[in-house]
Design a protein around this ligand. Structure first.
Ligand code: AMP
Length: 363
C-alpha cells in the first residue's frame, strides 16, 4: 500500500524503514526537504506549495501522522477521501490535556486531580483545591516538559500564571511517584490488540534519556492493570495503530499521566528488543495486516537517547550488543538526534553496557 505520513521527522523515518520490507511505499508532508524522512519516500514539502497535502492524499491509500498536534480539521477533510489512522477521536482527545483527563475520569482510570484554568482567579481557586505542590501546564502543544510550571508554594501563583502567556492551561496535582513507566500497545482494524511490556523511563530536564525494557520488578498484576486501562482507551476511541500511555508508579498503584496516539520514544527499544517493533506493528495495523508478536527478544533491553550532540558513536558501533540509530538531523541543544539500543541476556550485562555509553547520558 501507499502510506502518507503527515510529518517528516524521525518517527516517519523509522516507520518507513520498517514498512519497506512489507512492500509498502511512503510519502511525507513536511516543511522542508531536509527533514529526517525526506529521502525515505516521496516528499511533499509544504514550503513549496500549500496544496501539497492534497498531492500527498492523491498519492496515498491510507494516511497516518507523527504528532498529536496534527490539525483535526485537516484529518477530517482527508478522511472524506481515504482512511486516516489513528482516527479523529484519538487525535482530538489526545491533543488536549483536559479532554484526555476527562476521558480518564469517564473510564475510571486514575489520574492526578486537575482543573482547567483561564484566568488568575481560576488559578487561585484551583490551587485552593489541588495544591501546592502542583504543576501548571498548557492544555495543548506541550512536549518534553515545555509549557510547564512546577508550583511549590502559593507565593508562585502569579508567576505561574504569567508563565503561561495567557493560553489556556491545566493545574495538576503533583504525583509523588517512585518511577515513570509507559505502556505501548497496538490495535488492528479487526480489533486485535497486542501489548508490549511496561518499560521504565528516566528523564532529565523534561527529556527522555533512558528506557529499560521490560521495567524490572513489575508485578504481573500491575502489567495486567496497565493493559486493562489501555484496552479500555483503545476500544473507547476505536483506535487503530499504536497508542502510548505514560504512567506514574506510586505506592498506591498506577496513575496515568498522558497518552500519545502514535509510536513513541519510549518504544524505540523494540526495533531490536522485540519480535516486532512498534513501527512495524503500527504499519501493519493501519494497512490491515495481522499484528506481529510483541515479545521481547532478550532478557532485557535499553534505549539511550542521543540529545544535542552526536557524540562518540564508535563506542556503540564497537559493542556487539549495541545498535546505533541516527536520524540525519543537525546538532542543536536538546534536540533528539538519534538513539542507541542495547540488548542483553542479564541485568548485569545491561548495566555494564549502559556504563560504556555513559558519554551519552547526563551525570
Ligand atoms: P508531561 O509533559 O506531562 O509528560 O510532563 C513531563 C514530565 O514532568 C513528566 O515526565 C514527569 O516527570 C513530570 N510530571 C508531569 N506531570 C506531573 C505530575 N502531575 N506530578 C509529578 N510530576 C509530573
Amino acid at each position: 500500500m501507499k502510506i502518507g505520513v503527515l510529518g517528516a521527522g524521525q518517527l516517519g523515518r523509522m516507520m518507513a524503514i520498517s514498512g519497506y520490507p512489507l512492500n509498502h511505499q511512503f510519502g511525507f508532508s513536511g516543511n522542508s526537504n531536509d527533514e529526517p524522512s525526506a529521502l525515505l519516500g516521496h516528499m511533499f514539502a509544504l514550503e513549496d506549495n500549500a496544496d501539497n497535502i492534497e498531492s500527498l492524499v492523491a498519492f496515498a491509500d491510507v494516511i497516518t501522522y507523527e504528532s498529536e498536534n496534527t490539525d483535526v480539521e485537516i484529518v477530517r477533510k482527508i478522511n472524506k477521501d481515504i482512511p486516516v489512522y489513528p482516527g479523529e477521536k484519538s487525535l482530538f482527545t489526545t491533543q488536549h490535556r483536559g479532554r484526555e483527563k476527562a476521558l480518564f475520569d469517564q473510564l475510571n482510570i486514575p489520574c492526578a486531580p486537575y482543573q482547567i484554568v483561564n484566568t488568575l482567579e481560576e488559578l487561585q481557586q484551583a490551587v485552593s483545591k489541588i495544591g501546592p505542590p502542583a504543576i501548571l501546564k498548557t492544555t495543548t502543544e506541550g512536549y518534553d516538559g515545555k509549557g510547564q510550571f512546577l508550583m511549590r508554594s502559593e507565593d508562585q501563583i502569579k508567576e505561574a500564571f504569567d508563565s503561561m502567556n495567557g493560553v489556556e492551561s491545566i493545574l495538576e496535582g503533583f504525583v509523588n511517584f517512585k518511577r515513570e513507566l509507559s505502556l505501548i500497545a497496538v490495535r488492528g482494524i479487526d480489533n486485535d490488540h497486542k501489548y508490549y511490556p511496561l518499560v521504565e523511563n528516566t528523564h532529565h530536564d523534561g527529556i527522555l534519556r533512558l528506557t529499560i525494557a521490560p521495567a524490572q520488578n513489575i508485578d504481573p498484576e500491575v502489567q495486567k492493570t496497565a493493559e486493562h486501562y489501555m484496552q479500555t482507551l483503545l476500544d473507547e476511541m476505536d483506535h487503530v495503530g499504536v497508542l502510548t500511555i505514560e504512567l506514574f508508579e506510586t505506592n498506591d498503584g498506577l496513575v496515568v499521566n498522558e497518552m500519545a496516539p502514535r509510536v513513541h520514544n519510549s518504544g524505540h527499544w523494540s526495533i531490536e528488543g522485540a519480535d516486532t517493533s512498534q513501527f512495524e506493528n503500527h504499519i501493519r495495523a493501519i494497512t490491515g495486516m495481522p499484528l506481529g508478536d510483541t515479545s521481547p527478544t532478550h532478557t532485557v533491553s535499553a534505549m539511550v537517547n542521543i540529545i544535542g550532540k552526536i557524540g562518540p558513536t564508535n563506542i556503540a558501533l564497537n559493542m556487539a550488543n549495541a545498535h546505533l540509530h541516527l536520524y540525519d538531523k543537525t546538532e542543536r541543544d536538546n534536540r533528539k538526534l538519534g538513539h542507541i539500543n542495547i540488548t542483553a541476556n542479564s541485568l548485569t550485562e545491561l548495566e555494564n553496557s549502559i556504563q560504556q555509553l555513559s558519554d551519552f547520558l547526563p551525570n
